[in-house]
Design a protein around this ligand. Structure first.
Ligand code: GDP
Ligand code: MN
Length: 321
């Protein structure tokens, strides 16, 4: 498949990145040898390149992010943005006082899929530093996506902190009004709204894991959505995360069948675990996750809503333990 892993990282992240690569290689990529693209707002140093390329069975590529994709757009009022960061710091909003985190969220929302190193690929799998994979993955997940006409996927879903996105839904509603042709029939609006689109219920797919279709992100509907959001300034006047941005885009602009839940991919990113509910599957695939730590059916997860919307029956109801 024409696919690549993609990791955004700093040089200081090298050892946590190395851990993630080792997991991905041992559980999956040693059988497939897919490439891996690394992106950074600064130059990668020799240590980062040496350590990571030695671990990867495919080709490793290292790219620098152009300045204009990692900086404040001209129209952003710096005083207003600084005031927001101060207020959020006082309220202890997670990453609320960080400028770099905002650039990161904006980059992952609107630009990584347009980096020159990404343009030749059709599919991506996002990997963050410090993740775990607790089971073997014995099939080609990219091929699965293509063969089943999937465009976006997730393993963990949850509620967003409202302090980080107070006006995201209002701006999204202006997008829906302005571009009704971009809204899909049979979409997943019900996953993100409990009242037919009046309000956002804060559900989102956790975007530190994603396998997705790069051509969808590069399509006019997605770009129109990103530009509407970017022009509203909320990446800097609030602290919009790329997770709710990708999720709202997928929920509104894809058919519900085009979003896939990878139950088979056992995954940890601090602090949540997705452990496959099917015991038979765990025993057959060298899994070591504790099913009691599975986040899917806990109160703060949105995955039960996804099951309901798609008429899926949780395996836990059938044969857990
Ligand atoms: P969290 O998962 O939301 O706690 O945030 P992370 O610290 O894991 O950051 C998300 C992703 O962006 C990870 O892949 C980080 O390596 C990357 N990242 C975060 N901040 C920066 C930054 O300032 N520069 C670069 N190059 N990557 C960053
Ligand atoms: Mn992370």
């Amino acid at each position: 498949m024409n696919a690549t892993f993609v990791t955004l990282a700093r040089n200081i992240d090298v050892w946590e990145v190395a851990k993630s690569i080792r997991r991905v290689e041992d559980r999956f990529n040693h059988n497939y040898n897919y490439d891996w693209v690394f992106l950074n707002n600064e130059d990668f140093n020799d240590e980062f390149k040496e350590v990571t390329s030695a671990l990867i069975s495919g080709k490793a590529k290292y790219g620098k992010i152009p300045e204009e994709h990692w900086s404040f757009p001209e129209f952003v009022d710096q005083e207003r943005a600084a005031k927001v960061r101060e207020d959020m710091k006082e309220k202890n909003v997670i990453y609320g006082d960080s400028v770099s985190y905002r650039h990161m969220c904006r980059y992952e929302s609107g630009f990584f899929f347009r980096h020159p190193l990404m343009l030749n690929y059709d599919w991506y799998w996002r990997v963050e530093p410090g993740i775990e994979l607790h089971c073997d993955i014995k099939y080609d997940t990219f091929r699965f996506m293509a063969e089943h006409k999937k465009k976006y996927s997730f393993v963990i879903s949850l509620y967003e902190y409202i302090e980080t996105i107070p006006t995201l839904w209002e701006v999204t509603k202006t997008f829906i009004k302005k571009f009704p042709e971009h809204i899909a029939n049979g979409n997943s609006l019900k996953f993100v709204s409990d009242d037919d689109g009046e309000n956002y219920n804060r559900c989102h797919f956790w975007s530190n894991f994603e396998i997705g279709d790069l051509n969808w992100l590069r399509s006019k509907p997605y770009i129109d959505y990103f530009e509407t959001l970017d022009n509203a300034g909320g990446f800097f006047y609030e602290r919009w995360g790329d997770a709710p941005v990708h999720s709202l885009a997928a929920a509104l602009m894809l058919k519900k069948e085009e979003i896939h839940f990878f139950d088979e991919i056992a995954y940890f990113h601090n602090p949540f675990t997705h452990c496959p509910s099917n015991k038979q599957y765990r025993l057959a695939n060298n899994c070591y996750c504790n099913p009691n730590e599975n986040f899917d059916w806990q109160d703060y997860s949105c995955t039960a809503r996804f099951y309901k919307l798609n008429n899926m029956v949780p395996v836990k109801d059938l044969n857990q333990h």
